[in-house]
Ligand binder design. Sequence first.
Ligand SMILES: [Fe+2]
Ligand SMILES: [Fe+2]
Length: 274
Amino acid sequence: MLIPRNELQFDFDAARFRPAADRDFLGWVFDQFLYGEVTGIQCGHWLYRAPTLRAAAFLARQAAEELSHVKRVIRILEILEHPPGRAHGAVKFLSTGMMGGTWGEHVCMEMALGEGLVLTIFYALAATIENDEIRKIIESAILDEEKHVEFGERETRDWLQTFPGDRKTLLAGALVQWLAMGWLRNFALKRLPKNHSVLEKFPAFYDHTLAKFELRVQRLGLSDRPLREISWAARFGLIFALPFRQFAMRLRRPKRLLTATYLSDDWVVKSNSD
Ligand SMILES: [Fe+2]
Ligand SMILES: [Fe+2]
C-alpha cells in the first residue's frame, strides 16, 4: 500500500470504547458501515465493465468479500444489541451518489481513496473497541480492505500511465471530496457525545484522516503537493472545469466489454505464448 498500516493508523493511546456503555454511538457507526458494505454490490456494475480478465477476477472476489462484510457488520450489531438502522444521508451520498463513470474514476475515487478512508476508520475501531470478537471481525475485514485499496492504487497508476490527460480530472474529484470532508468537520464534531476518552481525540483523528487522504493523493501521482497548498485560484479552476473534463473523459475512454476484447487480453495472450 502507498501508505502502510503503521503510518495510516492513528495513535489513540489507552482510550477505549466499551460496547455496553457506548452502545448507541457504536451502533450508529456500524449502521453507517452496514450501508457502506451493502454498496459492495456496485462490484457487479464494474465486473460487467472490467477492462481485463484479471480485473474481472478481482472484482468477483471482492463482491464475495464485501457481502461477507455485510454479515460481519450484522454480527457486530448483534453483539452490541443494537438493531440495524438507516445510514445518514451524507454517507449515502458519498458511497453511492458519487459513483464514477469510467474505470479510472472507479479505481481512483472509490477504491484507492474511498476504501483508503474506510481502512483508516477500521484501524481506529480495531484499536479502540474493547471486545475481542468485534476486534477479530474488524481485523479480518481489514485484510480484505487492504487488498482492495492496493488494487485501486495499482490500477490508478496504470490508468494514469495510459491516460495521463485524466490526472486533473481525478485530482479535481479528490479535491471536492477533501473539501467536503473539511466542511463536515465542525458539523460532525458538534454532534459527538462529550467526556469520552476516545471521542476527545476525535478532532485530532479527523485531521489525521484528512492529512493521510492528501498524502495518498500525492503518492498516487495526482498532485505534486498537498491539497492544502493548492491556491484558491487553482482550486476554483479545477472544480469549475470538473464537469466538462468528466464529460469528455467519459465520452472518450474505452467502453468495449471483455466479450469483445478477451482475445487480446493478457490471460489469453500469455497462455498462448507459453
Ligand atoms: Fe468492505
Ligand atoms: Fe472493500
